[in-house]
Design a protein around this ligand. Structure first.
Ligand code: GCU
Length: 357
């Protein structure tokens, strides 16, 4: 569990009261504790899932991606405390004769097509792709009076914007699981950067996602906080620049990493014993690639408890081109900048194909 002198603490396999966790039967309770800590300290609490979620196909492009796929514009809607809420989803579905695995991508832009997803390559690889534009859920700022933020009473739920985007990804899955074209056992949630944090938080809470995929998620995502150095983003910068992504309490940990009752390996471990895959970019020092790899190593005991291989890869810092897909925790480091690129997708698709249900 040592990487560059980093040791992932607090202990994963130990309840807060000190009781050791040494039997997989104890895991659901320990996982519940991890989620509770992450809600309380970092991402805040969210409302319960709505009783019913509706999806309406508003339009269909029956020839897309070389004619091998269709593109549907879907309206997702559900009841909230303050009435009906809805948002659009672009859904790429390969023409296939059996149910296909699914990516739910939370994305930065509404564009069809967008630089962060090679739609044709994804559908040609046999995956469906549902894309949510995060601003259609709620704005990426401190305004809590628009979109999903306005639909629930702020005094009842401490969630920040990351929690809201994650909630919308789960509602998208609610609907897509009713579609016979989707292989319900093989759903993945994916996002880049702030939306990689979101994808991890979504997968941590929503066990229907078999795969949680984090691309360059950095601070408050896959990146282990303790031991960061100047130039890596830390709780201090993130809560100064983006306080509205989190619950209020997260600020408490500014300049106090070593006292935190959690670290980001908890977020990955809350996905255990399902699958999590983390991608880093060499030049993305702000997101701290070494610390992203460290969380993968640090989360590994949660899988080993189940007799599963967690992280199977180098213990020393990865070099560009390293792609560790053998274990249930995948990790790759590629050359280049902060970006969700074609190479990242190819790596994630190969990892998922290896670990399909
Ligand atoms: C900023 C922020 C990061 C975030 C990134 C992004 O750089 O500090 O935490 O991941 O934006 O979302 O692109």
């Amino acid at each position: 569990m040592d990487i560059n002198g980093l040791k992932c603490v607090p202990e994963l396999l130990c309840f807060t009261d000190g009781t050791p966790v040494n039997d997989p039967a104890q895991w659901p309770a320990r996982r519940a504790e991890l989620l509770e800590i992450l809600r309380r300290e970092e991402f805040g609490t969210a409302p319960a899932a709505p009783a019913a979620v509706k999806g309406e196909v508003e339009s269909t492009e029956s020839v897309c991606c070389s004619g091998h796929a269709v593109l549907e514009r879907i309206h997702i809607s559900f009841e909230t405390d303050n009435g009906l809420f809805s948002f659009p989803v672009n859904f790429f579905l390969p023409k296939a004769d059996k149910p296909v695995p699914l990516f739910v991508l939370i994305n930065f832009r509404p564009d069809v097509y967008d630089k962060y997803y090679p739609a044709e390559e994804i559908t040609d690889n046999g995956f469906a792709l549902a894309v949510i534009h995060y601003n259609d859920v709620t704005s990426d700022d401190g305004d809590f009076t628009n979109g999903l933020a306005a639909m629930y009473d702020r005094s009842k739920y401490s969630w920040g914007k990351i929690g809201m985007w994650a909630f919308a990804a789960s509602r998208t899955l609610d609907y897509l699981l009713t579609r016979p074209e989707i292989d319900a056992a093989n759903a993945a949630v994916i996002g880049h950067s702030r939306l990689g944090k979101t994808a991890l938080w979504c997968a941590a809470q929503d066990e229907r996602f078999r795969f949680g995929i984090s691309n360059d998620s950095g601070c408050a995502g896959a990146s282990y906080e303790r031991g960061k150095v100047e130039g890596n983003e830390m709780v201090k910068q993130i809560t100064t620049n983006f306080p509205y992504w989190f619950c209020e309490r997260y600020k408490e940990w500014v300049d106090r990493a070593d006292e935190m009752p959690f670290d980001q390996h908890f977020l990955l471990a809350a996905i255990a014993p399902r699958y999590v895959c983390v991608g880093s970019a060499q030049e993305d020092f702000w997101a701290a690639p070494v610390h992203e790899q460290a969380s993968c190593i640090g989360a590994s005991p949660a899988w080993e408890l189940h007799g599963r291989p967690g992280y199977v890869g180098k213990r020393e810092p990865a070099v560009p081109g390293d792609d560790f897909a053998a274990g249930d925790i995948g990790y790759h480091l590629r050359s280049g900048i902060h970006f969700l690129g074609r190479g990242d997708w190819l790596s994630y698709m190969a990892y998922i194909k290896k670990h399909l249900a």
